[in-house]
Design a protein around this ligand. Structure first.
Ligand code: GAL
Length: 652
């Protein structure tokens, strides 16, 4: 279901309940000035809409919906269920979640609801029902936004009861659960379902299979909350798309499973303006979101300037906000929105920037917002709805992440998102556009499949990888892949036997994690970091790169057998980039453009070529053929100069 028609949505979270009504008229004037065509209303409005149990105060929202419609601004209407009013916790303490120590998360902040609380769910359904009924026919309504950044855990008693129900559904019998959890270890065998708890505070290491299932359960419970509200709004407005905003590369939800249930996939993205790899992190999240959406997606939130939740919160230098907005569009966004429209004067986020900051309409931020709005309006017609072609798939799976993100592992330095970022960075720096995919997805559209690290792989996923290679595709796997089955049980030999055969590995003798900062030299100048492995090859590999020096001297660090590669360390960035570029070239995947200067990103979307200069200095880029720059209207023949943080959107 499409959210836009030949245009890019531009706007942001709008929290008018924090302001006197006169300000709303000023807001609308400035929104029109900035080209805002979409606002998200009601995200944290529960106490305003339902000040007492069962009460309904819709008048203010009626006036706002009308005001927006009168000015041609669409409304992304949120259900307010991410922040229950204080009366709920006071009257119904069962709605409050508990952490692993049994401590209550009280009201006074936000997201203090238990996903398993029947009382919370009842109140959430009731307010959603009335909201949907009231605004179903309203012409301003363009999209439903359910809750906000689902992210809570609950270890309380009601959650424990639903965990047991979930486990009964999954395993059927206690025997099956005891087997899957390996409870023979440390005398953990359960003789009754009632004995099973969420993984609460324990004396020493917890059962990893229990922790893994708890994370699956949590994702499923939150999804139930989402689906309950989604189904209510769908009943009232079957033709209005529904979304819920993901956090970027967030571990709390199975993002593949969730995305299947949304009409529009949206994400919130806040790269650190000081991070030299902030743009790459942005590109990763954008590629992942596009892949979850299987097409255009929505940037639901970004910051116009600083956030307020880092240790030091840096503003965006001039031009960076525009550049990163265009980057999102290049990588498939059909909506570029912000948290939030007007910077709050009170509350926990009064130091978080807004599109209209404390400096008001004269402020630099707002001036830049106006430019972005105007430019998105100019290119919207050509861009909206088009696809981003990619010949590479990077495989990612939340379940594998959950299995590795635990104690009692070979190395605490191995951080799954960091490994993912390192591999994606190599592709990004080599100007190779990649999608993400689940290991069981159909991979036939991709010539190259990259697996940075999938410690846990199901048998079906392994079949899929093997089929990819036997079907003519190229596969490259990073260390610690194919180690465990879906119950987090180590596979015989420490790595799936079929994968070992695929790569030409006879025996994986030991994992040799490296200390922080330690590196290991390998042939061809390749420097390994983080990890190494003691591998005995079976003699069938077509190519190997050996470890040089140290305990593993002479043993293979990298093996290639046909089109299957295994990389048993994390090559340093200057080694991983050329390695992947070579593998991609061998697979027939070309970079977007050759000979790009450092710091320039190039992305194709539809027939357009986006050029983005992440550097602080102007650069000149050679572009074959004549083009028109949609941002300036200028004709470009042969080369174009991009200023500091400059960008071009070229149409042949
Ligand atoms: C998001 C959230 C917004 C706002 C923002 C600040 O996580 O959805 O409500 O808090 O962060 O960066």
């Amino acid at each position: 279901m499409s959210m836009t028609r030949n245009r890019i949505l531009f706007g942001g979270d709008y929290n008018p309940e924090q302001w006197p009504e006169e300000t709303w008229y000023d807001d609308v004037r400035l929104m029109k000035d900035a080209g805002v065509n979409s606002v998200t209303l009601g995200v944290f409005s529960w106490a305003k809409l339902e000040p007492h149990p069962g009460a309904r105060e819709f008048g203010w929202l009626d006036r706002l919906m009308d005001l927006m419609h009168d000015h041609g601004i669409g409304v992304v209407l949120a259900t307010p269920t991410a922040s229950p009013p204080p009366w709920m916790g006071r009257l119904h303490p069962d709605t409050l979640p508990r952490d692993e120590d049994g401590r209550t998360e009280w009201w006074g902040g936000r997201q203090h609801f238990s996903h398993s609380s029947a009382t919370y769910r009842r109140y959430a359904a009731a307010i959603t029902e009335d909201l949907a009924a009231r605004y179903a026919g309203h012409p301003a309504l363009t999209l439903w936004h359910i809750n906000n950044e689902y992210c809570t855990y609950d270890h309380g008693d009601e959650a424990a009861a639903s965990f047991r129900r979930w486990l009964r559904d999954k395993y059927g019998t206690l025997d099956a659960l005891n087997t899957a959890w390996g409870t023979a270890f440390w005398s953990q065998g359960y003789d009754s379902w009632d004995g099973i708890l969420p993984p609460r505070r324990a004396h020493y290491l917890k059962n990893p299979a229990q922790v893994l299932d708890f994370r699956r359960f949590t994702s499923d419970m939150l999804l139930e909350c989402f689906l309950a509200e989604r189904d209510i709004v769908r009943r009232h407005t079957p033709h209005t798309p529904v979304t819920t905003n993901f956090m970027p590369l967030w571990s709390g939800q199975d993002g593949w499973r969730w995305a299947e249930e949304e009409d529009t996939v949206s994400v919130d993205l806040y790269p650190d303006p000081r991070d030299p790899l902030g743009a790459q992190y942005g590109a990763l999240v954008q590629d992942l979101t596009r892949s979850q959406a299987r097409g255009p997606w929505m940037l639901m939130e970004q910051a116009a300037g600083p956030v307020n939740w880092r240790g030091v919160n840096h503003p965006k230098p001039r031009g960076l906000g525009r550049l990163w907005s265009l980057q999102a569009v290049a990588r498939g966004a059909d909506a570029v929105c912000y948290f939030q429209w007007r910077q709050s004067r009170q509350g926990a986020e009064k130091f978080h920037s807004g599109m209209v900051g404390h400096a008001g309409e004269e402020g630099r931020t707002f001036q830049e917002i106006k430019q972005i709005g105007a430019e998105l309006h100019t290119i919207g017609d050509e861009v909206a709805g088009t696809q981003v072609p990619a010949g590479i798939a990077v495989l990612h799976d939340w379940h594998s992440w959950w299995a590795t993100d635990q104690d009692g592992r070979p190395s605490t330095h191995v951080d799954y998102p960091d490994v993912l970022r390192a591999w994606h960075r190599a592709l990004w720096e080599a100007h190779l556009t990649a999608d993400f995919a689940h290991p069981e997805h159909d991979l036939t559209a991709y010539r190259l499949v990259v697996v940075p690290q999938l410690y846990l792989l199901t048998d079906t996923a392994i079949d899929n990888l093997l089929a990819h290679v036997s079907g003519g595709g190229t596969l490259v796997c990073g260390f610690l892949t194919g180690v465990a089955d879906e119950d987090d049980r180590i596979r015989p030999g420490g790595m799936d036997a079929r994968l070992r055969e695929l790569f030409g590995i006879r025996t994986l003798h030991e994992w040799w994690p490296l200390d922080a900062g330690e590196t290991v030299e390998c042939g061809g100048g390749l420097r390994g970091t983080l990890w190494s492995e003691e591998i005995e090859a079976d003699g069938t590999a077509d190519e190997t790169v050996p470890y040089q020096g140290g305990e593993l001297d002479g043993l293979p660090a990298v093996l290639r057998r046909g089109r299957a590669w295994y990389v048993s360390t994390l090559p340093a960035p200057e080694a991983l980039r050329p390695l992947l570029a070579r593998i991609a070239a061998g697979a027939g995947v070309r970079p977007v453009l050759d000979g790009l200067p450092a710091g320039v990103e190039a992305v194709r979307r539809g027939e357009l070529l986006f050029l983005l200069n992440h550097g602080r200095e102007p650069v000149t880029v050679d572009v074959p053929g004549p083009h028109r720059d949609l941002l300036t209207g200028a004709t470009v023949t042969g080369r174009i100069t991009l200023g500091r943080h400059g960008a071009a959107v070229l149409k042949p």
